[in-house]
Design a protein around this ligand. Structure first.
Ligand code: FE2
Length: 311
């Protein structure tokens, strides 16, 4: 069997950007993998097995059985059986097909004991994962796409916000975002002027920190972890770290799924499917400052996978 490092060398044949190939990507909800082990009635040392696709490579996933004390997942390429690095965190299984140059992104809030972590759904979408992240960062579509939830006419203006690039961690932030929202969350009893901070931690991972209606001094955390299936398909995993202890998991999931179903209608109609990086290729308006910053940040990291500069 080939080692993970020889698989990494083989990557050069396919010319996927190293920054992408050697990073961690979400491939499954842990909830779904738990169900896999139970429903197939696996016991003893055997594993339940499923498969998915990451960066154009089919991979197998063996979930640890209930009987195994060490909850370790095994992941491998289906084409040449080379093993991949795998770790469970934030309710999802993360895989690095190359050699990881850094750890999975850090979300310190997820460790706070009074929060609930919830995988709110995995949606397969026919669009580049970078387009899904860019849409997640865009407040301009709220009144038109999420009418009655995250926005409503005539409150359509995106107020100026502040973009910050964290040079140490190579991350991107949008601070001081505000938006008038009729129904910002399950816990929002009335319309709110909601405060947001957006954080882009990795090319395919972004986090939204949002006013928490029951505790306005703290933030609900909504993460969008995107699985780049290939350059024009992705699976969007929404993971919430919530302070809400009143709503059921099903209610919270349902709310988030309603919002994302509205986004899917926009995402599948994106032309081209891949994200253009050149500022001349699409015409941004001022409200798109974060989108422009995201595209520049991707360019600076030499990301081409999933862009119109890809293969
Ligand atoms: Fe949206």
């Amino acid at each position: 069997m080939r080692t993970a490092s020889s698989a990494s060398e083989a990557m050069n044949d396919t010319a996927i950007d190293e920054v992408i190939w050697n990073d961690w990507h979400p491939v499954a909800a842990l909830d779904a993998l738990d169900g896999l082990g139970t429903s197939s009635g696996v016991s003893g040392g055997s594993n339940a097995v499923t498969s998915t696709r990451l960066l154009g490579v089919d991979i197998g996933i063996a979930a640890p059985s209930q009987a195994q004390s060490q909850k370790r997942f095994r992941v491998w390429r289906l084409d040449d059986h080379a093993p991949c690095h795998a770790q469970a965190r934030y309710g999802v299984l993360w895989v690095c097909p190359g050699e990881p140059h850094r750890d999975i992104l850090a979300i310190p809030e997820a460790d706070e004991p009074d929060r609930r972590l919830l995988h709110a759904g995995a949606f397969r979408v026919h669009v580049s994962g970078l387009r899904a992240i860019e849409n997640f960062l865009d407040m301009g579509h709220f009144p038109f796409v999420h009418t009655g939830y995250l926005g409503v006419e005539p409150y359509t203006e995106v107020a100026p916000y502040r973009i910050e690039r964290d040079e140490v961690n190579d991350e991107l932030y949008a601070h001081d975002c505000r938006f008038y929202q009729p129904r910002a969350a399950m816990t929002a009893g009335a319309a709110l002027d909601v405060r947001y901070v957006y954080r882009v931690a990795r090319p395919f991972s972004a986090i939204l920190y949002k006013t928490c209606p029951p505790q306005p001094e703290r933030f609900d955390v909504i993460a969008l972890f995107v699985q780049p299936v290939d350059e024009e398909w992705c699976v969007a995993h929404t993971v919430m770290s919530y302070l809400d202890d009143a709503s059921s998991d099903d209610a919270l999931r349902g709310f988030q799924q309603t919002i994302f179903a509205q986004d899917i209608k926009i995402l599948v109609n994106q032309v081209p499917k891949r994200l253009p990086l050149g500022t001349g290729e699409e015409h941004p308006v001022r409200a798109d400052a974060m989108s422009v910053a995201y595209r520049r940040w991707l360019t600076a990291q030499q990301v081409t996978y999933g862009t119109t500069h890809g293969r």
